[in-house]
Design a protein around this ligand. Structure first.
Ligand code: MGD
Ligand code: MGD
Ligand code: MO
Length: 871
């Protein structure tokens, strides 16, 4: 029998969903008859032999670990063809039916009225004439670009920021600055303790994995799930490493409210803590060390400042309250004997702490406090010494590759010469900026808003001491916002107080809202014009998979897999369609370069000639960096500082670990939330979200909101294969697939809730429907629901069916002088939704329940098209 031909071609992809930061989780895509038939891991040996690529090896107790010879993408990456062919794709340009730029704009109907098909030319004409009108009437700063967000790994067609390239040529624009969402606590807190690096997590991180493997007795996975979140960016190598720790006899202790997927497999001990109460337990650990003398006193003397002030607070000399385990236990929900045992183990054993990307516990109210306390704990145990580090588990810290360094991202030269928006999302470089956490305030308030620090992710710590105002002065062309161009329309689903954002999007001040997106979801619902962008399967590009968590860093040419779906265009092309309407602008933007020219130019910027000839790269499609011969010579983490703090100071004002920050004391003498030393804060005028609050009588559960195992934020909520798992969606009695809300059996029973029931999670900010998932894998006192479920409003600003929990997160920022966002650690109640209540909503909001819905993938795009998409 002749073998069946199962594919016509195989192309390469970087399947991580981090976006512009470069890729990871490489894959191979098989295409037959113009359709994607399967996505599979990349066999590194497809075009290379193992001998061609130097590999690394690490050892402990006679066991060894080395990279695998194929990539290990997460499940949603392997299922991504379902995302590409989703019934949720935007098929053609659309306009809201009752938005008329020459007549009534009906902003009050955003989120309610449907859309009609328009041609590409009409769309470009509408957008360009709106830009001209707004420029003339209000000036260029009246246009806001929302161009940040994660997304597919592309370079030339990078998911976010292209509108900014055009608007920049046309004069400028207001930038929505993406606050350091993953890093809030580290950025606003830890940076003041140890300086260093962009986001505030410990940096440099070279070789800390090797050093931990060789020297640590214990790793604390503190607010970390290595079996879930590494998937989003680089795949599953983090999992292998945890199995290796077990083999090598290194203890793994998990501190988290849920027995998360990593804990379930790898934990020697799980310590279930209440959300956002870590600071209490940390203080009690420090109390034990101080009273039992089990910390590195010599190191503290030579490497740190302010231990005395912290000790005064912890021992109760400052406020009369010693921060004992007995004091901490009712606050954090961990028995005092467990706290003591952990403190003693941590004090006696060589210990590192692992997070993946920030960690769930530093995105709550006052998140700078637990972050700073962790720096102090590590400092008290000799940070930088053998086996004492803070990890971003496998994201950083794997061996250095030869020749790595010449990358395209964050390279202003490339931005300038190739018109690629490489800097767009993370740096504030426009004169008028609005932090993403303050967007609704900006639209709803008549007063100017002020804030300390733009929050830009790569800003120096000095930025946090600068006061900014929006709008800037009129002489500097400051203006309130009147038009928005968003290529990452998921503010509602991923940021603070989404229900208020929904109301803000209806402000008459916003005269035109353009959303450019591959899928009709989330904020698109509130748009006036929607442009169909396409996915990485539909474009030629070039990407680097250089994240250290990628076991074999590489460059790859990603040849188009399929033709664009419907009338979609790449993000760059969408913007060029509009640019065509401005004389000479398209030529200006591209400099006459084709995609093929750009691929070669980018490879050149990366120092490509030194690595591999262009011809070889083109022919093989990818190039793997060998491990550097001298990789194990890099000093691990803070080792140089550890060895000689005078010669190798940190970047803090004193050059030491600042347990007490003189800079904060001077700049913000009246700050009760972020003082010069970290403290336990029961409540403030910004946040009253503790179980001790009178509010907890009505809202007695604390929300934990992780990063979805089966999604990357708002991405991939429509993948049919993963939606079948009960931890991704709970099928309600009405057939709708609800977002799971985990509850402990004791909490469920109290409320008469059974597994599979439709429940409502609510507080003063609104109601979110979910499906009950009753399990002992979550401690009592907590309601757990991931962020990012697809927005499906029943009543705008009030009731949400899709499960987008961020519609009811607090609107207030981290604390007075920190424009960070709150993801979890706030109060709610959960109740069973009765048949009567559901019937009432069905009666009052019939259009919300009549939307075209497909349980396998969720809402279909036709749900929002006026004629049901029949035209
Ligand atoms: N409750 C809670 N909230 C949180 C967090 C939490 O822990 N709890 N975590 C926070 C963190 S750390 C983060 S990073 C943010 C993430 O928030 P975002 O980065 O905003 O989330 P994403 O959904 O990954 O990406 C943004 C949008 O880009 C779209 N996109 C993807 N590829 C493309 C493309 O090629 N072109 C275009 N035009 N669009 C594309 C996606 O579909 C999505 O709508 O969420 C934050 N929110
Ligand atoms: N599958 C998948 N992968 C992703 C993403 C995704 O959305 N999905 N997002 C990507 C992005 S942008 C980021 S920033 C990273 C995020 O990576 P992480 O920051 O590591 O992820 P989180 O899920 O927010 O938090 C990790 C764990 O913290 C625990 N936790 C939650 N709240 C608390 C608390 O109050 N105290 C303590 N001690 N523990 C707590 C939970 O067990 C949770 O599993 O992941 C990246 N990778
Ligand atoms: Mo993030």
């Amino acid at each position: 029998m002749r073998p069946v031909k199962t594919k016509d071609k195989t192309v390469l992809r970087s399947l991580g969903l981090g976006g512009y930061f470069g890729g990871g989780a490489e894959g191979m895509v098989d295409v037959k008859d113009g359709k994607i038939v399967r996505v599979r891991p990349l066999r590194y040996g497809w075009k290379y032999k193992k001998e061609d690529i130097r590999q690394w090896k690490m050892e402990r107790n006679g066991k060894t670990i080395e990279p695998t010879w194929k990539s290990l993408p997460g499940p949603f990456s392997l299922a991504y063809k379902k995302r590409v062919y989703s019934p949720n794709r935007v098929p053609y340009p659309m306009k809201r039916i009752d938005w008329d730029p020459n007549g009534e704009r009906n902003p009050q109907n955003r989120g309610k009225s449907k859309f009609v098909r328009i041609s590409w030319d009409e769309a470009a004409e509408l957008i360009s004439s709106e830009i001209r009108r707004v420029h003339e009437k209000y000036g260029y700063n009246a246009i806001l670009m929302q161009g940040d967000g994660h997304g597919e790994c592309k370079t030339i067609n990078t998911p976010h920021g292209h509108p900014g390239v055009l608007l920049e040529y046309l004069g400028g624009f207001t930038l929505q600055v993406r606050n350091p969402d993953s890093w809030e606590g580290w950025y606003w807190g830890a940076k003041h303790v140890w300086g260093q690096g962009a986001q505030g997590i410990m940096y440099p991180a070279a070789n800390i994995i090797k050093d931990t493997i060789e020297h640590s007795d214990m790793v604390l996975f503190w607010g970390c799930d290595p079996e879930t979140t590494p998937w989003g960016f680089v795949g599953q190598f983090a999992s292998r490493l945890c199995y290796f720790l077990t083999e090598a006899g290194i203890d793994q202790v998990y501190v988290c409210p849920d027995c998360n997927y990593g804990a379930a497999i790898h934990a020697d001990k799980w310590i279930p803590i209440l959300p956002n109460t870590d600071a209490a337990m940390q203080l009690a650990i420090i109390y034990i060390w101080l009273t039992e003398g089990t910390y590195d006193k010599e190191y503290v003397k030579t490497h740190t400042v302010g231990m005395d002030k912290v000790a005064d607070y912890v021992l109760g000399k400052e406020d009369g309250v010693p921060k004992t385990p007995e004091w901490a236990s009712p606050k954090c929900g961990v028995p005092e004997w467990t706290i003591k045992a952990l403190a003693r183990e941590f004090g006696a054993k060589t210990t590192s702490i692992a997070h993946y990307f920030g960690g769930g516990f530093i995105r709550g109210p006052f998140s700078h406090e637990p972050a700073r306390l962790e720096c102090i704990m590590l400092g008290m145990q000799g940070l930088g010494g053998p086996g004492v580090h803070q990890h971003q588990w496998t994201y950083f810290g794997l061996p250095r590759a030869e020749g790595l360094g010449g990358t395209f991202f964050w390279n202003p030269e490339i931005e300038e010469q190739l018109a690629l928006p490489v800097l767009s999302a993370v740096s504030a470089w426009q004169e008028q900026v609005i932090p993403k956490t303050l967007i609704q305030n900006a639209f709803l308030s008549d007063e100017p808003i002020t804030f300390f620090g733009t929050g830009a992710q790569n800003a120096l710590v000095a930025d946090q001491f600068i006061k900014y105002t929006y709008p800037i002065e009129a002489e500097k062309k400051g203006s309130p916002i009147h038009m928005i161009w968003a290529d990452s329309p998921c503010r509602i689903t991923c940021w603070n107080y989404g229900h208020e954002t929904e109301i803000a999007m209806r402000s008459p001040q916003i005269e035109c809202f353009v959303a450019q997106h591959p899928w009709f979801e989330n904020d698109c619902v509130y748009a006036d014009i929607v442009l169909p962008a396409n996915t990485y399967m539909e474009v030629d590009d070039i990407v680097t998979n250089i994240r250290q968590g990628t076991m074999q860093p590489n460059i790859m040419i990603t040849e188009k897999a399929i033709e664009p779906i419907g009338e979609s265009k790449s993000d760059a092309e969408c913007v060029r369609e509009v640019a065509k309407k401005f004389e000479g602008m398209e030529e200006e933007m591209t400099g006459g370069k084709t995609t093929a020219d750009l691929q070669k130019a980018i490879w050149g910027y990366m120092g490509g000639e030194k690595l591999v000839s262009w011809e070889e790269l083109k022919e093989k499609g990818y190039w793997i960096y060998p491990t550097a011969e001298d990789w194990d010579q890099d000093p691990p983490g803070f080792r140089k500082f550890y060895e000689d703090p005078e010669k190798h100071p940190l970047t803090t004002p004193t050059g030491k670990l600042e347990f007490y920050s003189e800079a904060l004391a001077k700049a913000f003498p009246n700050d009760k939330e972020r003082g010069p030393i970290p403290r336990w804060i029961e409540k403030s005028h910004n946040h009253d979200e503790r179980l001790s609050s009178h509010r907890a009588r009505v809202f007695p559960l604390l929300v934990m909101s992780n990063h979805g195992r089966w999604r990357v934020h708002a991405q991939c909520d429509d993948i049919t294969w993963t939606r079948e798992t009960p931890t991704m969606k709970v099928t309600g009695p009405d057939g709708y697939k609800y977002e799971p809300c985990w509850m402990h059996p004791s909490e469920a029973e109290k409320r008469g809730i059974k597994n599979g029931d439709i429940v409502k999670i609510y507080n003063e900010r609104g109601i979110v429907l979910a499906g009950a998932y009753v399990t002992e894998r979550l401690r009592p006192g907590v309601a757990y629901i991931d962020h990012g479920a697809r927005h499906d409003p029943i009543k705008t600003g009030e009731i949400e069916r899709g499960g987008a929990i961020n519609t009811i997160t607090p609107g207030a920022i981290t604390s007075d002088n920190c424009v960070g966002q709150i993801g979890g650690g706030y109060l709610v109640e959960v109740q069973k939704v009765t048949g009567e209540e559901m019937d009432g909503w069905r009666r009052d909001f019939p259009e919300a329940f009549a939307r075209k819905y497909d349980p396998a993938a969720g809402l279909r795009v036709e749900a929002w098209i006026d004629d049901g998409g029949d035209k």
